[in-house]
Design a protein around this ligand. Structure first.
Ligand SMILES: [Zn+2]
Length: 333
């Protein structure tokens, strides 16, 4: 598999490696779901490929030698990956210390050692401090790769020691073409409308199921505004399955309405593109739309914490219903 929108980034990294100018630390700043982890893996293969070797690095990574295969399987002894443990949603200091220890050892293959932190923007303060020490005194032939969608959450002292690699999402047409070539036919345009410009996320999804959930949520929200549904029942149903996806649909639905207010489809580029027409009967106050959007985002980021998801969602649906009712009243007046 290859991601054509990463060609330029891959080519400059390969050139750097070939010229023995591989940076000690990379910050892969990715648009959500645009392939940051894929690129981190590719870099690990680049430096751990046994077929290419540094002298023949123009062919690395070959993708089929033992080194490349082990990286792909997540079982290379010279590659350490650090992710948040279980539900903590944070990368902790013990994990960073363990990684530093691992990177300071001699490589098993006599080549590079690679450490990947993803997502790096969830390093907590203590972990970030510990990482800084490793960045300040890098062991020779080590590459530390940080993958983040919001690198600004990290201390400037860390960012300044990493070479930044920007991974932007491909255009809609390129994303659809890529999804068709890797996953086969499907309504990928509709899937991207729902999950946003996130081809990797779309590629991991069941297109038909995502489209169905998108339609269901849209209908549910319009019913909520019209006061034609029971928020308790809807919240319970949505909390039982695919809640993160449903919240994403909720978020996109609100964003479309906000964009409708501004009449600018280019506004708020981080969320999915507008493809649905504004429904005049569901015109909501702009400030309230933003408040609801904040509410949905708060719930999204709190999903791993022990909150009552159903109750929180019910609260949002009730707010939507009362706004709908009030708007209807103000129109009567
Ligand atoms: Zn290889």
């Amino acid at each position: 598999m290859t991601l054509p929108w990463l060609d330029q980034a891959m080519s400059s990294l390969r050139t750097a490696y070939h010229a023995d100018r591989m940076p000690h630390a990379l910050m892969i700043h990715e648009a959500p779901g645009a392939g940051g982890d894929w690129l981190a893996n590719w870099v690990a293969q680049l430096v751990l490929c046994t077929e290419g070797g540094q002298a023949r690095s123009h062919i690395a990574p070959c993708g089929h030698c033992a080194g490349c295969q082990r990286v792909a399987a997540g079982q290379h002894p010279d590659l350490s990956s650090v992710r948040p443990i279980d539900d903590s949603r944070q990368i902790r200091i013990e994990q960073v210390r363990e990684l530093a220890q691992e990177l300071s050892l001699t490589s098993h293959q006599g080549g590079y050692k690679v450490g990947v932190l993803s997502p790096a923007d969830v390093l907590n303060r203590f972990a970030a401090n510990a990482l800084l020490k490793t960045l300040e005194e890098p062991s020779p032939r080590t590459v530390l790769i940080l993958v983040a969608t919001q690198p600004s959450r990290l201390p400037a002292t860390i960012l300044s020691r990493c070479q930044r690699v920007r991974v932007a999402a491909p255009s809609r047409a390129d994303a659809v073409a890529w999804l068709e070539s890797t996953r086969g036919r499907g309504d990928w345009k509709a899937v991207l409308d729902i999950v946003g410009e996130a081809p990797m996320l779309a590629a991991d999804s069941d297109a038909a199921a995502v489209v169905q959930i998108g339609t269901e949520v849209r209908r549910g929200l319009e019913e909520a505004v019209a006061g034609a549904s029971d928020p308790v029942a809807t919240a319970e149903r949505w909390s039982r399955a695919e809640l993160p996806l449903r919240l994403r649909c909720f978020e996109n639905w609100l964003t479309e309405r906000i964009r409708g207010h501004f009449g600018d489809p280019g506004f708020l580029t981080e969320v999915g593109a507008v493809t649905y027409l504004q429904r005049p009967e569901t015109v909501l106050n702009i400030r309230e739309l933003f408040e609801l959007l904040d509410g949905v985002r708060d719930l999204k980021s709190a999903l791993e914490t022990p909150i009552n998801r159903s109750l929180a969602l019910e609260g949002l649906l009730r707010r939507l219903a009362s706004r709908g009712r009030r708007d209807a009243l103000s129109m009567v007046r």
